[in-house]
Design a protein around this ligand. Structure first.
Ligand code: AMP
Length: 146
């Protein structure tokens, strides 16, 4: 039986997502742990807001729809129901922490790339989630360097 009761799997919807989700499912399913998925959409205004006087709402809506469809496909393929799928707007690290607290998650699962050079110095989402996480965290190695 899984030691965990509430597992939050953070997914960026890239090609690395399936192995990360499968790792979460493998931990959740020997017992009766709940498994939630979260995908965070960063508002375009965070990146361009002050600099480009433009209305991003149409593009933002399109991004949201695409993400919802991808999340649904993935969730259906792995039997994750609608109540366990979360798409939120914001900064990934912040929103993952907020959702983990809201759900009383006891494990957060993220992907982690082996990084070198500048990318290593700049940090990663996995690092950001680890700092300040109030529960266990599993970083699943993904990508070419794993
Ligand atoms: P990165 O540091 O951006 O390469 O991402 C590493 C991992 O952080 C991904 O495999 C996901 O688990 C998580 N992550 C990154 N971006 C997002 C996002 N927008 N929403 C949810 N999780 C994310």
């Amino acid at each position: 039986m899984s030691q965990y009761k509430n597992i939050l799997v953070a997914i960026d919807l890239s090609e690395d997502t399936t192995p990360i989700l499968r790792r979460g499912l493998a931990i959740a399913h020997p017992g009766n742990a709940e498994l939630h998925l979260i995908h965070v959409i960063e508002p375009l205004s965070f990146a361009y807001g002050g600099d480009i006087p433009m209305d991003f709402s149409g593009i933002q809506e399109e991004i949201h729809q695409q993400a919802s469809q991808q999340m649904l496909r993935l969730a259906n393929a792995h039997n994750v129901d609608a109540q366990h799928q979360h798409i939120v707007l914001g900064k990934p690290e912040v929103e993952i922490h907020t959702k983990a607290e809201e759900l009383e998650a006891d494990l957060i699962v993220v992907g982690s790339h082996g990084r070198h050079g500048l990318a290593l110095l700049m940090g990663s989402t996995a690092n950001g989630v680890l700092h300040g996480a109030s529960c266990d965290m599993l970083a699943v190695r993904v990508g070419q360097d794993k």
